[in-house]
Design a protein around this ligand. Structure first.
Ligand SMILES: [Zn+2]
Length: 96
């Protein structure tokens, strides 16, 4: 779900169709890697990470000019129809 900042604007978070992951490589969450892995999952529609956005429909990373550059967390929007699919995300199999 979206935090108060997200709720103030249109966001997939408000519908439960997105999640954020904090970049924390020391604890196994390396968004430089996870952003790529998220794009491999059928649930994902697009990912925003480190001033770039990639939509799975074309797979191309493009500059992201949003106010929040997403340099400390990555954003993953998912398909509403697949939001209840509980299978592990690709990074679940990474050993840390
Ligand atoms: Zn987000």
């Amino acid at each position: 779900m979206g935090d108060s900042a997200h709720q103030a604007r249109k966001s997939d978070h408000n519908d439960g169709n997105a999640f954020d992951l904090t970049h924390d490589p020391d604890n196994g969450v390396d968004c430089n890697l996870f952003a790529k892995l998220a794009l491999l999952d059928t649930r994902t529609t697009y990912v925003i990470w480190n001033r770039q956005i990639c939509n799975v429909s074309d797979g191309q990373w493009k500059p992201y000019h949003g106010k929040n550059g997403h340099t400390h967390h990555m954003h993953v929007s998912i398909k509403a129809a697949l939001r209840n699919v509980a299978s592990p995300w690709p990074w679940a199999s990474i050993e840390s």
